[in-house]
Design a protein around this ligand. Structure first.
Ligand code: ADP
Ligand code: MN
Ligand code: MN
Ligand code: MN
Length: 337
């Protein structure tokens, strides 16, 4: 029986944003294991801000498994953190997402590649030329010498793992990149964002690069990083209608502060009303409006207020579990006729 290297990964208890942790379980299986065949595991929660020293055991419950082409017989196992009594740990935001197979999310993860504490391609002291040529750019002066290699390798490892990337692009600031992941099911895209983040950070180790997820790492006229959250429920796609849409937007407006609290730290630095954002203290929606909190695609209105919506406020450092959970909580407060 072959021995498999199962990298159990989980989110620690750090605030305001959790970090990824992982350790390897070596175990024999007849063939690549299915999720149901994986055993729970444990870790020392006192080292991850998830327990006190005298009672430090936390439980790792596998929730998804992905082939890992970078290791012989490798797999990445996404886990939820549970208390010894089997209930979710307070840090476990995934457990707060209702299971809904017909809910779909598309998340657009932006980030910077960092070298020696500055965006990749920035000169040692100071700044490169202003924004303009970098977005979807090509050429050494715009992209640098390794950024494309890193994002290409990342994409291939993710696709091999079965992660549903929809695309990648270089972004507006130098050293800034994006990937988009779409998933059918209320937890799928969020799971895959965390696994893709794990793969990216691990890949960057070998290049001496860090992944900078902060939403506004460079002050001044440089774009921040977001993680736009595109969402649709079955009702939004198949029934919808203007009255339901307006009720939904009322609920989003009423819960504005709760949404911001779940959408990643330091968002006041990014949501300024400039750089294709709405101010943090205002809520608005608009058709094809990239300066609104929620962008309504043209197709949504054209199809009788049916389809998906884009919440543009979540930021690059946010926990996709907390973000999707908050979106679904607000949707659940709006009665469907
Ligand atoms: P942008 O102009 O904001 O970058 P994109 O077309 O790149 O727009 O992103 C739109 C996102 O919306 C895609 O990531 C896609 O996965 C997602 N999406 C498309 N249809 C749906 C849907 N019905 N429900 C949820 N998300 C969707
Ligand atoms: Mn995009
Ligand atoms: Mn973008
Ligand atoms: Mn977008």
């Amino acid at each position: 029986m072959p021995k498999f290297k199962l990298e159990y990964i989980w989110l620690d208890g750090y605030t305001p944003v959790p970090n990824l942790r992982g350790k390897t379980l070596v175990k024999s299986y007849d063939s690549f294991p299915k999720l149901e065949e994986l055993s729970d595991w444990g870790f020392d929660g006192s080292s991850t801000q998830q327990a006190e020293g005298h009672s430090s055991d936390c439980v790792l419950k596998p929730v998804a498994i992905y082939p890992d082409a970078t290791r012989l017989n490798g797999a990445i196992v996404m886990c939820e953190v549970m208390l010894p009594d089997g209930t979710p740990h307070p840090s476990n935001a995934r457990a707060t997402i209702p299971d809904e197979e017909t809910t779909w999310f598309g998340l657009e993860q932006e980030y910077f590649l960092y070298e020696n504490g500055a965006p990749l391609g920035f000169p040692k002291d100071g700044y490169p030329g202003p924004q303009g040529p970098y977005y979807c750019g090509v050429g050494y002066s715009n992209i640098g010498d390794v950024a494309r290699q890193v994002v290409e390798e990342h994409l291939d490892i993710c696709l091999d793992a079965g992660i549903n990337h929809e695309g990648i692009n270089f972004e507006v600031a130098k050293g800034q990149c994006e990937f988009q992941i779409f998933g059918k099911g209320s937890k799928k895209a969020a799971d895959e964002i965390w696994v893709a983040r794990y793969i990216l950070e691990r890949l960057c180790e070998g290049y001496g690069l860090d992944v900078q997820y902060h939403c506004k790492p460079i002050k001044g006229d440089w774009n921040g990083s977001g993680m736009h959250c595109n969402f649709s429920t079955e009702y939004m796609r198949e029934t919808g209608g203007e009255a339901y849409f307006l009720a939904l937007m009322d609920a989003f407006e009423k819960n504005c502060e709760e949404h911001i609290a779940a959408y990643g730290p330091d968002n006041h630095m990014r949501l300024t009303g400039l750089h294709e954002t709405q101010s943090i203290d205002q809520f608005s929606w608009g058709i094809a409006d990239r300066g609104a909190s929620i962008r309504v695609p043209h197709s949504f209105k054209k199809n009788g207020w049916k389809g998906y919506l884009e919440d543009r406020r979540p930021n690059s450092q946010g926990d996709p579990y907390a973000i999707c959970s908050r979106v679904l909580k607000t949707i659940s407060e709006v009665p469907t006729p």
